[in-house]
Design a protein around this ligand. Structure first.
Ligand code: DC
Length: 230
């Protein structure tokens, strides 16, 4: 079976990574979580004091970009690849609400985006990849054979993220999570460089009322249709 590139874009907490992991595992493809890359750069900026609640030293971050090395390592226990920042596993640190609060600001910086897009394109050269993010179908892989655009209501998404954070023992209110979801939606869709939008040839899936398995079956049928027609 010919291998293809699968681009999954959409708002935060629409379950992109869940779907992407299921597809990658089933198809024997590589899964790349590009949000983790923006989060790791955000963590770097936080660790070095380049960003805080009322401060962002964009120039120093841009000058520091050559000193940021990101890579993924597959963890067979988890079934997906974890992200490393300068050889340190930061998979856990990048998922906190603090990182979520700053990441959209970092993702607005064009120099950050072009560095990460270049690395993402290199990872996809051999096809057989499922990549999720905000600009995969529009910027990273405009030629992807299959593009999915995922949506769900902000309340549904905030509830999912809240449950996830609670499960990890993070003490945060549902209202704070909803506010973060809505703010990120706004910034992600309004930034100048590569705003989140549905590619013209992407297939939209609203999963507010779909189970994980129903969604997976729908998308797998699309993958089979594309690969058979090649
Ligand atoms: O998917 P996520 O919530 O982990 O992504 C974190 C942030 O990174 C999100 O608010 C927007 C940004 N992002 C982006 O701008 N482009 C991508 N390809 C992936 C994520």
């Amino acid at each position: 079976m010919k291998k293809i590139t699968i681009a999954i874009d959409g708002f935060s907490s629409t379950g992109k990574s869940t779907l992407a992991k299921q597809l990658a595992q089933h198809l024997g493809y590589v899964y790349v979580d590009t949000g983790a890359m923006y989060r790791a750069v955000t963590l770097f900026a936080m660790q070095n004091g380049y960003i805080s609640a009322d401060y962002f030293d964009k120039e120093t971050l841009i000058n520091g970009l050559p000193f940021i090395k990101l890579h993924f390592e597959f963890n067979s226990d988890l079934g997906f690849a974890e992200v490393f920042l300068n050889d340190v596993n930061v998979e856990k640190e990048i998922r906190t609400i603090e990182v979520s609060n700053f990441v959209s600001k970092i993702a607005e910086v064009s120099e950050v985006r072009s560095k990460l897009v270049e690395q993402q394109q290199a990872m996809g050269e051999g096809k057989g990849i499922v990549m999720d993010g905000r600009d995969i179908g529009t910027v990273v892989f405009p030629q992807a054979e299959l593009k999915i655009f995922m949506t769900a209501s902000p309340e549904t998404r905030a509830r999912r993220r809240y449950d996830e954070l609670q499960g990890k023992g993070e003490n945060v209110s549902y209202e704070a999570v909803l506010k973060n979801v809505e703010e990120r939606d706004y910034i992600d869709t309004h930034r100048d460089d590569s705003p989140l939008r549905k590619a013209d040839d992407a297939i939209e899936i609203d999963n507010s009322n779909l189970s994980r398995d129903e969604q997976f079956e729908q998308v797998l049928a699309l993958v089979n249709r594309v690969t058979k027609s090649m």
